[in-house]
Design a protein around this ligand. Structure first.
Ligand code: PLP
Length: 378
């Protein structure tokens, strides 16, 4: 059987062997972490060890970590738990942020895929006197652009606002700490760093002592009263193992970045009509969002899949249905070009062979499209 070439790390990274081991041990051990007997206490220890590891990945304290069922829930807890009178989110946030507060004001982005800080400042001025929450992601999931979170946070704090950052895509790929970002709340997701799906965390600056946060899920005192429900012990143990490995693996992303640059170079050379979005901005080391004009993204994904190469169509969607990318739209990309954008996201298992495996069918598709166009024109 042909090996598959996995270039979709931003959707879900492959689960690390150490994660499988940690989760298997936790599942085999069992025990409810709220129980006072030995099995319960052992289960509690696993959670607290993982809490240390997750906190450590982002330079936080263990008592600032609230485990959730993933990045989506962490975002919802931040956005809905703050009781803000006015929420502002960037126009390129993940849907879990955009749809948590559908009437939030939108901070526009510039054509390079980075938020417009001047516009944000004007919006903050206008909301003076209100309890404001600003939510901006650290790195965009579709195009990888890195946002000026610390600058925005300083500005927002000067005006008395709280700041949340969705760091789901940035965590483990670029090094940062809560203190460097100067944010109050930060979302993480285990499956983007090689941990299990269905597990995440909200980091709350100073724990409950500093930020007045209301739980969404009630009915139990778990997670210091911020998230009721028996903890996903195996998931959390896996998240901890993934965070530990991610923290040790930052060096490898330089190699991935070189690989990404090589791939972009080959795309530019072989297919000059291809458009790479956000290429001039600071980006994650692993992400390429590229449009092949005239070829719908779904066609590209299918042709690549037949060649055992896995990528996403622009924005990967939960239902498998591809909606137009709100990120590219916010950047002013024409809809017909946005409909031809795919996302390639590399990771620690990626190598030079993977680039060859991608280029061969994709360049073939581009050539076929060129030939069909020429034949139609003749
Ligand atoms: N935020 C961003 C930027 C994401 O890319 C994703 C997932 O793709 C999420 C949040 C949601 O995370 P989860 O899948 O853990 O709910």
């Amino acid at each position: 059987m042909a090996t598959s070439i996995y270039l979709d790390y931003n959707a879900s990274a492959p689960v690390r062997p150490a994660v499988i081991e940690a989760m298997t041990q936790a599942l085999a051990a069992g025990g409810n972490p709220s129980s006072v007997h030995g099995a319960g206490r052992a289960s509690r220890r696993r959670i607290e060890e993982a809490r240390d590891d997750v906190a450590n990945l982002v330079g936080a304290a263990a008592d600032e970590v609230v485990f959730t069922s993933g990045g989506t829930e962490a975002n919802a807890l931040a956005l809905l738990g703050c009781d803000a009178e006015q929420v502002m989110v960037s126009a390129i946030e993940h849907l879990s942020v955009r749809q948590a507060v559908p009437d939030a004001l939108q901070i526009p982005v510039l054509p390079d895929g980075v938020i417009d800080l001047d516009a944000a400042a004007a919006m903050l001025d206008k909301a003076k006197g209100k309890r404001v929450l600003v939510s901006v992601m650290l790195a965009n999931n579709e195009i990888g652009t890195i946002q000026p979170v610390a600058e925005l946070a300083r500005m927002a704090h000067d005006k008395g606002a709280l700041v949340h950052c969705d760091a789901v895509q940035a965590a483990g790929k670029i090094a940062f700490t809560m203190a460097q970002l100067e944010v109050d709340l930060l979302s993480l997701s285990a499956h983007k760093i090689g941990g299990p799906q269905g597990c995440g965390a909200l980091i709350v600056r100073g724990g409950t002592a500093e930020i007045d946060l209301n739980p969404i899920l009630r009915g139990g005192g778990q997670e210091r009263g911020l998230r009721a429900g028996t903890e996903n012990v195996a998931g959390i143990a896996g998240f901890g193992a993934a965070a530990r490995e991610a923290k040790q693996g930052f060096g490898d992303w330089r190699r991935v970045e070189e690989l990404r640059d090589q791939l972009e170079g080959r795309i530019a050379q072989a297919i000059p009509q291809a458009r790479i979005f956000g290429a001039k901005s600071r980006r994650l080391p692993n992400t390429i969002c590229v449009a092949l004009p005239g070829v719908p993204a779904q066609t590209q994904v299918m042709v690549l899949d037949l060649a055992n190469v896995q990528v996403s169509a622009g924005s990967a969607c939960s239902s498998g249905k591809v909606a137009p990318s709100h990120v590219l739209k916010a950047m002013g990309v024409p809809p017909d070009l946005a409909a031809c954008a795919i996302r390639i996201s590399l990771g620690w298992t990626s190598g030079a062979d993977d680039i060859d495996a991608f280029m061969s069918p994709w360049a073939g598709l581009a050539a076929q499209t060129r030939n069909t166009k020429a034949a139609n024109a003749a």
